[in-house]
Design a protein around this ligand. Sequence first.
Ligand SMILES: Cc1cc2nc3c(=O)[nH]c(=O)nc-3n(C[C@H](O)[C@H](O)[C@H](O)COP(=O)(O)O)c2cc1C
Length: 161
Amino acid sequence: MSIKEVIQRRRTIKSFKKETINRDDVMSWLEAASYAPNHRMNEPWEILFLGPETRAKLNHKTDLGGAPIALAVLSKPASKQLERDENVMAVSCFIQNFMLLAEEAGAGVFWSSIGAQPQNRELLGAVDGAEVIGVLGVGYPAEIPALKPRTPIADKVTEMP
Ligand SMILES: Cc1cc2nc3c(=O)[nH]c(=O)nc-3n(C[C@H](O)[C@H](O)[C@H](O)COP(=O)(O)O)c2cc1C
């Protein structure tokens, strides 16, 4: 599959098979995802593997679609707003890389923003200046949702003088 095909095929997966997913595979996708662009090479991603206790406390309404693996991806704390924003941007690139690698391997990811809730920030140990960029369910899809069409990109393009 070309990168273009992987990008266009990736869907947010909301229902997973019970089948486990090889932890080494997940680690290898995280490793490759870390080649994401990041300012000053600060590599601002922190990854938590969430066990059943933490996952139950997160109180997600579908328990991340029953994904066999749950991760939280946090951005490194920063005191200045620009650095904080750049950390969020870099970690978002990291997560997109991870999702594309999972897609290429026939797996799928549910990106939930539930970690941004104050009680979940605390649960996940997000200190001031850090953000929980995503709580991710990872596994093999039980259902693959239909593609959600995008606005033609020409409608988003403006020519500047
Ligand atoms: C930052 C971010 C947060 C998201 N949070 C949620 C969420 O809390 N719940 C959810 O169902 N989907 C969430 N999504 C997934 C989007 O709903 C999904 O990407 C969008 O509907 C497009 O569908 P697709 O990913 O299948 O192309 C999130 C996506 C991003 C990038």
